[in-house]
Design a protein around this ligand. Structure first.
Ligand code: G6P
Length: 610
């Protein structure tokens, strides 16, 4: 949600910055802009729309600057237009800033500054911060001090980078609540919202903490708190490579990421699954093993697709480990004064590790004394650092805005946690071994599901004119129905609802007629017969049925209009196998409708505002 990047070094800044924006465009694509210093003057270019439109007005040949800042926006305050695009400058035109987050007290500050005679061009909260820094600079003649003074008076969240022609060989970066990473190259530095903008130039980074700033010059950088206390940072290594953030021949990142799932699932198990012992080794949780053993209740909190993974986790942990689990939206959890008992353990799930609501839920749970554990993809992200302990899902960078491989890797890790807890409790060695054996076979089964892509493509062709879809499933396939519906909504803009199949008769059944496609997840499990009855109820009302079913099930072929088969497996693993055809269905529907698969309208990959 908004990508920011600042560069100082020896290369042409405009090229490094535009490259960084392209890498981070999944964070927002409402507008893009850049500021550099040419002949001691700040030059800013900005444009509504995608980074490619900004590129069309930036003439790299005429630019020589080796310092600059750039931004790709997901609009919060003010329409996406050229004026509201970042960077924003102060009234003198000598200070330019880029910002990710929300300045919550911007309105009061704006009134105060207006009374003092300052003017504003845009509707954004960011411009208020820029003007405020400029006003303070007039008093103190010191950029770092002006930034510090301004930041100690603003409330809300920010990741910012400040550039000024007053001090043309310096960048000031600071954060509170929004991510910021500083890449350390040979006589060059890149400050960015995430490491994807950095990895092409260097693998060495430091992650800024909340209320911390970096003062970066051509000779090095120092870090301190906003209240001016020096801090010492450990240099860390970016663990992914440049080819992991490229499309590698696929038409879209989303398709690439769907096809990566056999590997990402295997990677999430690697070094963790102890097949012979029917158990799991989770180094990241060893420090809290006793706490987990005695947990009276587990709460899992997350947003979006990660919340759907949490719902699957609820089934897995309750069924395998017999520990009660509650799942909460992070955005609700944080505000409803949740009751936490001393023996509760809170898991938070987040692909990005930066979702503002999830991060706030971590802080709320910690404030109440709970043990808070992360299930996170992005290494070094805020949630990974703020939780007491945790497990990385190792899915690698996920660039497509609609989450796919992170979802299945999250479920894989939840499965490991369920097995780990189960074996600490009453799960027998034999049952543990059976689950471990099934987990070992899972990547190959996922591979075989992907071979159904052509059939799924033709179903998408047939139904791409439908205005609504219903997705139904029961038990641990209910969250799969929710996720299938979400994927379709997100990237094809077709209205879709996920429902527990049996609940259909309490409302959604009223929608069913010959124009309504209904996707059933009807795998062979304990409640298969009940789901078949639900399918019959839809059929009796002439609804069109697309079923996800278990290979070898001949009965379903006689009732459903279309069947997509997935390999047989223990029921714990059907959520992974069944969600893959639904990802492909959403993908091919979006292609049919010529939607922008990787950058769906209004969405952003990493939601760093409330
Ligand atoms: C956004 C993304 C979703 C994601 C959700 C939670 O809405 O578009 O794909 O599931 O945020 O993100 P997280 O990074 O916390 O998993």
């Amino acid at each position: 949600m908004c990508g920011i990047v600042g560069y100082i070094g020896k290369r042409k800044a405009s090229e490094v910055l535009l490259n960084g924006l392209n890498r981070m465009e999944y964070r927002g694509y409402d507008s893009a802009g850049i500021s550099v210093i040419e002949d001691s003057k700040l030059i800013t270019m900005k444009k509504k729309g995608k980074v490619s439109l900004l590129e069309s007005i930036v003439d790299h040949k005429s630019l020589t600057s080796t310092i600059g800042i750039a931004h790709t926006r997901w609009a919060t305050h003010g329409y996406p237009n050229d004026v509201n695009a970042h960077p924003h400058s102060d009234n003198s035109g000598n200070i330019s800033i880029i910002h990710n987050g929300i300045i919550e007290n911007y309105y009061a500050l704006k009134i105060k500054l207006t009374e003092e005679g300052y003017t504003f061009k845009s509707e954004t909260d960011t411009e208020v911060l820029a003007v405020f820094i400029g006003a303070l600079y007039e008093q103190v003649n010191d950029l770092e001090r002006a930034v510090r003074m301004a930041l100690s008076e603003v409330s809300g969240t920010f990741g910012i980078v400040v550039l000024s022609s007053h001090e043309p060989d310096k960048l000031i970066a600071a954060r509170r609540g929004s991510p910021l990473v500083v890449g350390i190259g040979k006589s060059e530095y890149i400050a960015a919202s995430d490491a994807t903008a950095i990895v092409q130039y260097t693998n060495s980074v430091v992650y800024l903490s909340d209320n911390e700033m970096a003062i970066i010059t051509r000779d090095g950088f120092t870090t301190k708190t906003i209240s001016n206390r020096k801090t010492i940072k450990a240099i860390q290594e970016i663990k992914f490579s440049i080819d992991q953030i490229e499309k590698s021949g696929f038409e879209h990142f989303m398709l690439k990421e769907i096809y990566e799932q056999p590997h990402t699932i295997r990677d999430s198990f690697r070094g963790r699954l102890l097949s012979e012992k029917g158990n799991v080794k989770l180094g990241g949780l060893s420090s809290v093993k006793d706490k987990l053993r005695s947990a009276g209740r587990i709460i899992i909190t997350a947003c979006g697709t990660s919340w759907h993974a949490a719902l699957v986790g609820e089934y897995l942990i309750e069924q395998i480990a017999q520990v009660p689990v509650e799942v909460e939206y992070a955005s609700e959890f944080r505000y409803r004064n949740p009751i936490l008992n001393p023996d509760d353990v809170v898991f938070v799930i987040s692909q990005s590790g930066e979702t503002a609501d999830t991060l706030a839920a971590v802080q709320e749970a910690k404030r109440k004394g709970a043990t808070v554990l992360g299930i996170v993809n992005v290494v070094g992200s805020s949630i990974a650092r703020e939780t007491d302990a945790g497990i990385y899902i190792h899915a690698g960078p996920e660039i497509g805005v609609a989450s796919t491989k992170a979802f299945t890797a999250q479920i894989s890790v939840l499965m490991l946690i369920a097995l780990y807890l189960g074996r600490m409790k009453n799960l027998s060695l034999a049952d543990g071994r059976k689950i471990a054996a099934e987990l070992n076979e899972l990547p190959a089964k996922v591979e075989s599901v992907l071979q159904n892509a052509e059939g799924i493509k033709s179903i998408a062709k047939e139904y791409s004119t439908a205005k609504n879809f219903l997705y139904l499933g029961r038990g641990n396939n209910f969250p799969v129905a929710l996720e299938g519906a979400l994927k379709l909504k997100e990237i094809s803009y077709i209205h879709a609802e996920g429902y527990p199949a049996a609940e259909m008769k309490h409302g959604p059944i009223a929608l069913i007629d010959e124009n309504m496609p209904v996707v059933f997840i009807a795998t062979k499990d304990d409640i298969y017969d009940k789901v078949i009855s639900n399918i019959e109820e839809v059929k009796a009302r002439k609804g069109k049925i697309i079923a996800i079913a278990t290979e070898g099930d001949s009965r379903i072929g006689r009732i459903a209009d279309h069947v997509i088969y997935i390999p047989d497996s223990i029921s714990f693993l059907t959520p992974i196998l069944a969600s893959i055809p639904l990802q492909l269905l959403a993908y091919y529907m979006a292609l049919e409708l010529e939607c922008n698969v990787d950058q769906p309208r209004n969405l952003a990959k990493s939601v760093t505002v409330e």
